[in-house]
Unconditional design. Sequence first.
Length: 350
Amino acid sequence: MLVVMKAQATPEEIQAVCEHIEQLGFRAHPLPGAQRTAIGITGNKGEVDRGNLEELSGVAEVIRVTKAYKLASRDVKQEDTVIRFAGTDATIGGRGLAVIAGPCSVETREQAFSIAEKVAASGARFFRGGAFKPRTSPYAFQGLGLEALRIMADIRTEFGLRIVTEAIDNESLELVAEWADVIQIGARNMQNYSLLKHAGKLRKPVLIKRGLSATLEEFLMSAEYVMSEGNYEVILCERGIRTFTDHTRNTLDLSIVPAVQRVSHLPILVDPSHGTGRRDSVLPMARAGVASGADGILVEVHDHPEKALSDGPQSIYPEQFATMMDEIEQIAPVVGRNLPRGIQVNSEVA
Ligand code: PEP
Ligand code: MN
């Protein structure tokens, strides 16, 4: 259920409606929009008795949300969600494309700093690097853990880049939430509902990568898990799905971009690195991702990919990243976007 408040409803009226909902034993999610505030109701097993609600002061109407996902749905919030990063001009969602770039894994301080410097010089605003790696083999490099988080915090101080890194379990989630700016939930954990719920209790943006065989609805339900706990800052990321093709690691399903945008207000990024697994396919698919209307690109960059401890074959060189930025900058206006380059950090807040 969704309570739509009148455009002129006061904060007190909104508060009173939320309290009323909570008294009924449900959870209220006030979602301010450009025109009016909508209040999502979750936690109800069946239909909520709308009679009382419609009579409360400031209420315009009470609507039933029929989709399985509620808070992630455009029925609840029409305007696109724009995620902001305190003390900076960085955003994810909205007109400006967001670019998240960096190595698959943080391997050494020197490696991470060297790549960060180069992606920052090309105008990236977000740095990615795995600290906790979900690897297919238990014998493969598992990440530097806390040490990698410390290195990335130093990268944020040095270059202003906001940090995106993956949490693989509840233990790493606490650490990632403490040290990073965006918590990544990987494809393999997209349906780890306990992890999603924990991420929902935090107040840090959560980037959810699409599961290897997840449908649109399953993908959005993962976002719903986070949002149902009160964390509304969710970013989706298409990273390729399993198909029968063998010319790429995965099949980058760009058609999910308009499909998500049709039904959800959440931003969606495209990851052409995991989406193809091949360096020579990354730039074409990054261009296609922007052309499809995505809100940005997440890409793996390494200055010595032949020595990378993970995902070397799909990591592009820093020079290729510079080319990618120039190319997507040209495509952006065709789809009503622009590519902001470089991050402004207000030193007092950061
Ligand atoms: C990654 O971003 O390095 C990663 C492991 O991604 P995914 O979960 O999409 O495989
Ligand atoms: Mn990777």
